[in-house]
Design a protein around this ligand. Structure first.
Ligand SMILES: *Cc1c(COP(=O)(O)O)cnc(C)c1O
Length: 397
């Protein structure tokens, strides 16, 4: 007689297969069973035709990958444990010793840090280019350039480059273009089809940590392509590096994703209202928000995102030079609804002061402002309450 514990572990009950509910099922697995040895031998982990091992995908991760690829207009998607892991996966998959990668000087900072760290250790060089000056990119493309990163809007400084022009320069030279599409989230513009031209980037990565999660409680990234061979190359590296994602986190993003368009619009509406209000304040020298006419690259934003009329709920302000670091720190500390913290895309508004002088390479494009920069991520609070909070903190200057 078998003991009950064995019967419990090898239980014969199988629930009926017709279960349907608004959210897809959640499958957690390292081990995945095969029906027989022949099936085990025949299984190709590189396709989504079946399952091999938890690290190579489950019904749950496949479902999120397919939905994200649909949102961005790609055909293939890989999930990774963070937005930064998406950047490093693309770099490690496509670059080898002797290659050069070009990165915009206003890129997400850790992308540049990866280049000066691990990529340099592997004999891969990088150069920074001025994203707002396509001829600077043109002059830096060389025989050794294997990959060009683009990002719109630029991290923290929010300039909006002419993405179609940058991508066209690379395409003409046969160089792959990878977009950090965290800001656009697949909503503000179509990364693989700029303005319905059928032309776009080769690879779009996103920090799902931001709007797709929307809760400030998940770290995850995606790498989306629409070229089977390119996808295969990245997938091989993904497997060899062991980049799995926790299924609990995948479930959370699946739960948030259906509301992403509504949330993005709500963040956008409040951010634009507050950005315009701050632009009229005497304490502020410049508001950096691509939907504002006075912001660098506004015309590029209008051309690419004007049809959808969308921008993320993110903007920066540069204080008038008469306010020193101590006063701006006091402004940030005086805010009560805005919390001090990194990342963005969640329900709670966030603020971070930055020293752009330390972040930018003055030889690429000198940063034109002298005042201190503060970046806001606008959450889902009532916009009048946020404005009142900004107003009381400005009076603390
Ligand atoms: C946050 C962010 C990342 C990195 O995402 P993590 O999940 O925090 O690693 C990459 N690019 C941009 C533009 C980001 O804002």
């Amino acid at each position: 007689m078998r003991k009950p514990i064995t019967d419990l572990i090898h239980h014969s009950y199988v629930p009926p297969a017709t279960f349907g509910a608004p959210q897809p099922g959640v499958y957690k697995a390292s081990t995945v069973f095969f029906a027989d040895v022949a099936a085990m031998r025949a299984r190709d982990w590189k396709t989504k035709a079946g399952y091999t091992y938890g690290l190579h995908g489950t019904p749950t991760t496949f479902t999120l990958e397919e939905r994200l690829a649909t949102l961005e207009g790609g055909t293939e998607c890989l999930l990774v444990p963070s937005g930064l892991a998406a950047i490093s996966l693309v770099s490690f998959a496509l670059l080898k010793t002797g290659d050069e990668v070009l990165i915009p000087d206003n890129a997400y900072g850790p992308n540049k840090a990866l280049a000066t760290g691990e990529l340099a250790n592997f004999g891969i060089t990088h150069r920074l280019y001025d994203a707002m000056n396509p001829s600077d990119l043109a002059s830096k493309l060389s025989e050794r350039t294997r990959l060009v990163w683009v990002e719109a809007a630029g991290s923290v400084t929010m300039e909006f480059p002419d993405l179609p022009a940058l991508a066209e320069l690379c395409r003409a030279r046969g160089v792959l273009v990878a977009l950090d599409n965290t800001w656009g989230a697949g909503l503000a513009f179509a990364p693989f089809d700029f303005n319905g031209t059928g032309q776009g980037v080769d690879i779009s990565i996103q920090a799902l940590t931001k709007y797709p999660s929307g809760g400030g409680d998940v770290l995850m990234g995606s790498v989306i392509t629409r070229d089977e061979r390119l996808h295969r190359a990245i997938k091989l590296t993904h497997m060899r590096m062991g980049l799995g994602t926790g299924v609990g986190d995948v479930e959370t993003v699946l739960r948030s994703l259906p509301s992403i368009a509504l949330r993005y619009e709500a963040h956008d509406r409040s951010a634009r209202e507050l950005a315009r209000w701050l632009a009229d304040r005497a304490e502020i020298a410049q508001v950096l928000h691509p939907a504002l006419e006075s912001s660098p690259g506004h015309a590029n934003w209008l051309r690419l995102c004007g049809a959808n009329d969308l921008a993320a709920g993110l903007f920066s302000i540069v204080f008038d030079v008469r306010y020193g670091t101590e006063q701006v720190d006091r402004f940030c500390d005086s805010l009560t609804l805005f919390r001090l913290g990194y990342s963005w895309g969640g329900p709670i508004s966030l603020v971070v002061p930055y020293d752009i002088g330390l972040m930018r390479d003055a030889t690429v494009a000198p940063w034109p402002h002298k005042g201190t920069l503060v970046r806001f991520s606008i959450g889902l609070e009532d916009v009048d309450d946020l404005r009142a909070d900004l107003e009381q903190a400005l009076s603390a200057l």
